[in-house]
Write a protein that binds this ligand. Structure first.
Ligand code: CA
Length: 370
C-alpha cells in the first residue's frame, strides 16, 4: 500500500515535473522594458540605469532580461512615471522630484534644499521609515519604488556674474528646477526650467544668466565652462539627490520570489555604486575644469547661504501644508534629519574639519565658515 502510494506520487511528481518544465522555460525569458528620464547612456545617470538592467539580467541568469530606453525612445522624460504606472513599460529610472505634480511629498524622496546628504538619505530610506512612506505614496499609482542611485552633493552652478551679496540674486535668471527654483524666486531671482540638452546654448546666448546641472563630471561633459566664468559651490538645493527605480506592481508581483529579490538587491547595488562613481569621477573632472579650463571657482558667501537657508526652510515647510500625506512625510523627514545631524556633526563633519583643517585655513574658508 505504502509502496504503491509512493510510486504513484513519484510518477505524479515526474509527470508534474515534465509538465512544468515548458512553463518554467517560458518564464525564463521574461522581458522588461526600462524607460528612463535620462538621455540614453548619459554619464552617471543613464549609465547607472544601464548598470541596473545589466545586473538584473546577469544575476537572474537571463531569466529576467531588462532593456533600457532613453528619454523619448518610448516616452518623453517626464512621462516615465505614467508609462510604468499603466504598464507600457515594467520599469523606470529617474528621480522622485520630477513627480511633484502627483504629490508634493515626492520631493522628499529625491532631495530638498538644505536637506539630507546621501548618507543621511540612505539611513532615512532604509532604516528610518522613509522607504515605507515612499511605497505608501506610490502604491496609489500601482508602482513600487526603490532607491537606485545618488549624485551626492551637487555644485551650486555656473554664473556669468559674481555673487557677492544677497542683492546679486535680484533679477538673476537661472535654470534651477524644483524647490531650489522657488527659493531663488523668493530671493528675487527668476528660476527657469530647461532640459539638460539646452543648457549650454541658453547660457552662451545670454538667455539665462546662470545654470546649475549636477557636478564637475556631468558639467564638464556639457562644456558649461565655455559659457560661464564662475563656478559656485555648494549645491545647497541638491545636497544628495536620490535616483529611483520604479516597478509596475503587477509585473513585480508576477515574478517568482527569487527574481523579486534580485530586482531589489540590484537596485541597492546601483544605489551605492552610482554615488561611488560620482565621488570617484567628480574630483578628476574638477581638476580638469580648474587647471585646464581655468574655471574661477567660488564659494557662495556666508550671508547669501544664510538667506537661502532661511528661505529654504519656509519653502520646504510649506509642502507639509499641501495635504495630509505631505505633512506626514515632512514630519518624518525633519525628525530624522534633526536626529541624524546630531550624529553627523560629531562624526563626518567633525572628522572632515579635523582632517582638512590645514586646507581650510590655507584657502581662507576656516574663518568664513565660522
Ligand atoms: Ca541639479
Amino acid at each position: 500500500m505504502y509502496r504503491r502510494d509512493f510510486i504513484k506520487k513519484a510518477g505524479a511528481l515526474a509527470l508534474g515535473g515534465a509538465a512544468a518544465a515548458p512553463a518554467v522555460h517560458a518564464r525564463s525569458h521574461i522581458r522588461w522594458k526600462m524607460v528612463t528620464t535620462w538621455p540614453k547612456n548619459f554619464p552617471g545617470l543613464g549609465t547607472g540605469a544601464n548598470h541596473l538592467a545589466r545586473l538584473i539580467t546577469e544575476m537572474s541568469g537571463g531569466r529576467l532580461r531588462v532593456k533600457v530606453y532613453g528619454a523619448k525612445e518610448i516616452v518623453p522624460a517626464f512621462e516615465v512615471f505614467d508609462a510604468v504606472s499603466r504598464g507600457t513599460a515594467e520599469m523606470g529610472h529617474g528621480s522622485a522630484y520630477y513627480w511633484k505634480g502627483k504629490s508634493e511629498a515626492a520631493q522628499f524622496f529625491s532631495t530638498v534644499p538644505f536637506g539630507m546628504t546621501a548618507q543621511e538619505m540612505n539611513a532615512w530610506l532604509y532604516y528610518g521609515g522613509g522607504l515605507e512612506l515612499w511605497r505608501e505614496l506610490y502604491a496609489h499609482f500601482g508602482l513600487i519604488p526603490f532607491p537606485a542611485g545618488n549624485s551626492g552633493v551637487q555644485m551650486g552652478g555656473w554664473f556669468n556674474k559674481e555673487i557677492n551679496s544677497v542683492e546679486d540674486l535680484n533679477g538673476l535668471k537661472m535654470r534651477i528646477p524644483g524647490l531650489g527654483g522657488e527659493v531663488l524666486r523668493r530671493a528675487g531671482g527668476t528660476p527657469v526650467n530647461l532640459p539638460g540638452g539646452e543648457l549650454f546654448t541658453a547660457l552662451e546666448s545670454g538667455a539665462i544668466d546662470a545654470t546649475e546641472w549636477v557636478g564637475p563630471y556631468n558639467d564638464l561633459a556639457f562644456g558649461l565652462y565655455k559659457a560661464a566664468k564662475f563656478y559656485y559651490y555648494p549645491g545647497f538645493h541638491e545636497p544628495g539627490t536620490t535616483m529611483e527605480a520604479i516597478v509596475n506592481r503587477q509585473a513585480f508581483e508576477a515574478l517568482p520570489k527569487d527574481l523579486r529579490a534580485i530586482v531589489s538587491a540590484a537596485c541597492q547595488v546601483v544605489n551605492q555604486d552610482m554615488l561611488a562613481e560620482y565621488n570617484a569621477r567628480n574630483p578628476g573632472a574638477l581638476q580638469t575644469l580648474l587647471r585646464k579650463h581655468k574655471v574661477d571657482m567660488r564659494r557662495y558667501p556666508d550671508d547669501v547661504l544664510a538667506r537661502l537657508r532661511q528661505l529654504s526652510a519656509e519653502v520646504v515647510a510649506e509642502i507639509a501644508r499641501k495635504d495630509d500625506f505631505s505633512g506626514k512625510t515632512y514630519a518624518s523627514y525633519q525628525k530624522f534629519l534633526e536626529q541624524a545631524r546630531t550624529w553627523t556633526d560629531i562624526s563626518e563633519f567633525a572628522y572632515l574639519k579635523a582632517r582638512d583643517g590645514h586646507r581650510a585655513q590655507r584657502t581662507g574658508d576656516a574663518g568664513r565658515e565660522g
